[in-house]
Design a protein around this ligand. Structure first.
Ligand code: TYD
Length: 134
């Protein structure tokens, strides 16, 4: 089965005291969470990422502000603009990705199905394309 990137809408519990959203496996997320990290205080014009993962999958939410996630599947590029905290982007393994256009005070929440493993990174785009097309 070849998994595809997808926007996942999250439940919204609207409340005049303030709204609430959440995700959990298996109802919203297709994987169970092993790790959570977040990217913040990104200076204007900076780019994060620029790699693919061999096995890990991720789910990315703009908890605050906005940014773009640019995915490349080895043939074409797709841009996902994230700007609300009630949806996120599912990124399967083996998609080259970077994040850009961070707004001031944006906060990117990322959950993964794997613990941090430097050996899971592919940091060379040519190598990525070779592995992807194998
Ligand atoms: P990295 O994923 O390379 O960030 P980016 O792709 O945006 O450049 O991570 C940057 C550094 O943070 C790297 O030295 C490894 C470390 N790191 C961890 O120790 N644990 C983690 O869960 C993550 C995501 C990164």
């Amino acid at each position: 089965m070849s998994l595809k990137p997808d926007i996942i809408q999250l439940p919204k519990v609207l409340d005049k005291r303030g709204n609430l959203s959440f995700f959990e496996h298996p109802r919203q997320l297709p994987f169970s969470i092993a790790r959570t990290y977040w990217i913040y205080d990104v200076p204007g014009g900076e780019t994060r990422g620029g790699h693919a993962f061999k096995v890990q999958q991720e789910f990315i939410v703009a908890l605050s502000g906005s940014f773009d996630v640019v995915l490349h599947d080895g043939e074409k590029e797709q841009v996902f603009s994230l700007n609300r905290s009630y949806y996120g982007l599912y990124v399967p393994q083996m998609y080259w990705r970077h994040m850009e256009n961070f707004s001031t005070n944006s906060l990117a929440l990322i959950v993964s199905d794997r613990a941090y493993d430097a050996s899971d990174y592919i940091r060379d785009f040519v190598e990525y394309k070779r592995l992807k097309n194998d």
